[in-house]
Structures are given as C-alpha cells and as structure tokens.
Design a protein around this ligand. Structure first.
Ligand code: CTP
Length: 409
C-alpha cells in the first residue's frame, strides 16, 4: 500500500508569507491519500484563509476560534491523539519558541503539546522554519532549535535565499516537495526494512567517445528511483548509485553519482560491503569505447572508426563475489528483453547468482524505457514465477521491495 494511504497528518500553518506554499503541501498530501487536518495560528490567517485549505483537503481547517468553542477539549486532544505525524510548515520563530518552552496559548501549540506528550506513541514532529534573515541564526532561536532537536523534533531547512523582505539569508521555507519527502521518511521509519541497508542502482551509463560525446541508452532511471523511494518508505537506509537521469533523488537516499559502467562497478562494490541487499535496476553499458579520444573528434579528420570493448558486468561481478559479503543476503537484477523474455531472464538469474530477477518486455509500448508503467515477470532462484499485470513503476517498485523485505525477514 502507498505510504500515505490512510495516514492522518496534522499540518500546522503559522504567520509567514510561505503559508501559501503550505496549501500546495496540503494538496499534495491529500492527493497521495493522506487525511490532512490543518490548524492555523492567528498569524497565518493574516496571510491565507482556512477556506483555501478546506478546498484542497476536503476537511475543515481549524483556527483559534475553535479553541474557545465548545469543542475545545475534543479538538486538541482528539486531533493530537489521532494523528500519525505533526508537521508545522511554515513555522515562525514565535511558534518555534513556544514549542521549545511548552507554551500552549493557541490551538496549534496546545495540540502539538498534546500530540508530543504521548510517550507510548512517539509520533514524528517535523518543523519547516520560515523567518526573515538573521532571525534563524539569532542565539535565542538557535537555542530553541537545539532544545527541540534534543527532543527528537525533525527540522526541514530553512533554506538559504532571497526573503520576501528583499534580504538574502538563511530562513526561507523549503519547497513543499522536499517537505513531502521528509514526511515520507518519518512515516516509514518503522517499516519492514527498518535497520536494513539497500543499495539501489538506476539510470543508463554514459560511455565517453571524446570530451563531448558519449554512448548511452534509453533508460530514464524512473524504475530505479521508484525502487529507492519504496525502500525508504519501508524504513531502509538507501544508497542510490545513479547514472545521470535528471530526476530528483528521493529525500533520505545517500546518492552516489556515476557515469560509466566502470564507475558503477566501483561504487557498487564499495556500497554492498555494508549492505543487506542490492537491487540492480541500472541499465549498465555492455560495451564501451576502447580508445577514448582525449580531444574532440573533428569532421575534417574523416568518419571515426570507433572500436568497442566489453564493459564490466557489475551484477555478474557481485554474483561471483557474493560469498565474501556475509551481510549481503539478497541480490535482485532486472532483465530488459525484446524477445524470449523468460528464457533470457532465467539464464541471467542463474549466471549472475541472483535471488530474484524482474524481467520486462521492452518491446511493449507501455512497459520498459521512458514510460511510467511496467509489466514485469518475477522469476525466483527457487523456480517460482509471478507475472504481474501492467502497473505504474511506483507500484512495481513497492511490489519488488515487498519481496526483498520478505527475503530479509
Ligand atoms: N548489468 C550489469 N552490468 C552490465 C550489464 C548489465 O550489472 N554491464 C545488470 C543490469 O543492471 C541488470 C542485469 O545485469 O540488472 C541484466 O541486464 P541486461 O542488460 O538485461 O542483461 P545483460 O547482462 O547486459 O545481457 P544481454 O546484454 O545479453 O541481454
């Protein structure tokens, strides 16, 4: 199941111009399946209206007026106790100070206190500060940040940049997508892969011809990035070894950027030493240029004859060296095939000593390179076979990560 499905998130919004971005965050969380309750501070109401949030969440947004109504107790205790996670974005210096010192003089701070006080549940509390230049660095704010961090509160940002005041400094709220990534990370922390380390690879190699040209392939990296995200959603520590893709890596992944098959080999061999599993989704080059030209090849020198040689087989090497790494319990490969899908995939499963191979037919227009969907057949070392229906790459990733978690149980 997707990580946000059925999750109850409490979003606190305080008085900053960045409050308008919080509406985007509320919308994104809702679209992903979360149930989002919003609490405004009095300051937030000066910048944006509760109606904006009600419109995107489909639920009532609460203000201090609700605190003094008849529902007060039910509200702050109810909201605080039913929530899976509290995120305050944007969080002003004032709210931050109140939270650090347990001041509970409005619905948001009183609810945060009620939610954070439950030792048995220990729900994540995330704060995305937003304040003008100089305020974040002020010793008073820094002391409050320290107190809250010591209590396990997670800080997202602030970012450096231009403020609404025109000043440049540290204090901008980070973008909603990044906050969303941190929320995912916090929600997944006790998942099936908590305490496990996975290495995931992604993207297509770039093998240089000369300083400006290279040979590559049609891999978009989408399936690999989705796998890294799915592993993070289950609480894994993830090293994402990636060829260039142009995609934004999931928040929380340790990213190692590589270009060539040789660089991929070196990075993977280093990373798997400390890993419980490897999921090799990268489309690594099979061939590379034997003599890479130091200078740009020029037209006047005629059509070049490019001689290729074999590039290292990363997964094949890991398969061969596997017995050396005691911790590495699961190795998963992919097979991109345009014919004889099952036969070719089984041959790779055996020759590379894999536990599982995800085979996909790249000749189908709705599967494989560049598209958002995949139709995968899973083949296991013990002979089992599962043909999955057409699904999004995110769904396919969740499915494969479930299998990895089962191997590592
Ligand atoms: N792979 C690898 N190193 C390579 C080539 C492939 O580690 N140089 C990995 C891929 O990441 C994938 C698996 O091996 O997980 C199978 O890749 P694929 O390209 O389908 O097969 P190849 O081994 O390259 O065999 P062929 O080219 O004959 O299909």
């Amino acid at each position: 199941m997707a990580i946000f499905t059925g999750k109850h998130i409490l979003l606190g919004v305080t008085g900053s111009i960045a409050a308008y971005k919080a509406a985007d965050l509320a919308s994104k969380l809702t679209q992903q399946g979360a149930q989002v309750d919003v609490i405004f501070s009095a300051g937030a109401e000066q910048f944006i209206t509760p109606l904006t949030f009600q419109s995107v969440t489909g639920r009532r947004a609460f203000t201090d007026a609700d605190l003094w109504g008849g529902e007060a107790h039910i509200l702050h205790v109810g909201l605080g106790h039913s929530t899976d996670l509290v995120v305050i974005a944007p969080c002003t210096a004032n709210t931050l100070a109140k939270l650090a010192h347990g001041i509970a003089d409005n619905l948001l701070t009183v609810t945060a206190l009620a939610a954070g006080g439950e030792k048995s549940r220990q729900i994540p509390i995330l704060i995305a500060p937003a304040m003008d230049a100089g305020m974040y660095e002020h010793p008073a704010t820094q002391e409050n940040v320290r107190i809250l961090k010591e209590r396990g509160v997670v800080f997202i940002g602030p970012a450096q940049g231009r403020m609404a005041s025109g000043l440049v400094g540290l204090g901008r709220m980070v973008e909603p997508m990044e906050i969303l990534g941190h929320i995912r990370l916090a929600l997944g922390r006790n998942g099936k892969l908590a305490g496990k380390h996975l290495v995931v690879t992604a993207g297509g190699s770039q093998e240089p011809i000369d300083p400006v040209r290279y040979i590559t392939n049609r891999s978009s990296g989408k399936q690999g990035y989705a796998l890294a995200q799915a592993a993070l959603d289950e609480g894994a520590t993830v090293t994402l070894v990636t060829h260039p893709t142009g995609l934004t890596p999931p928040v929380g992944a340790h990213v190692v950027e590589v270009r060539t098959a040789q660089e991929m080999l070196e990075a993977v061999l280093k990373a798997v030493e400390q890993a419980d599993g490897l999921v090799m989704a990268a489309a690594v080059a099979d061939f590379r240029v034997k003599h890479v030209s130091e200078h740009k090849l020029k037209k006047q020198d005629g059509i070049p004859h490019i001689l290729l040689e074999a590039a290292p087989d990363v997964l094949g090497t890991v398969g061969r060296l596997r017995p050396e790494w005691k911790r590495l319990k699961t190795v998963v490969g992919f097979a991109a095939e345009s014919r004889d899908l099952v036969e070719n995939a089984i041959a790779k499963l055996k020759s590379k000593h894999l536990d599982l191979i995800a085979a996909n037919d790249i000749s189908a227009p709705d599967a494989g390179f560049g598209v958002d969907t995949n139709r995968i057949t899973l083949l296991y070392a013990d002979g089992r076979r599962e043909s999955l229906p057409l699904m999004s790459k995110d769904e396919a990733a969740r499915y494969i990560i479930e299998r990895v978690a089962a191997f590592l149980e």
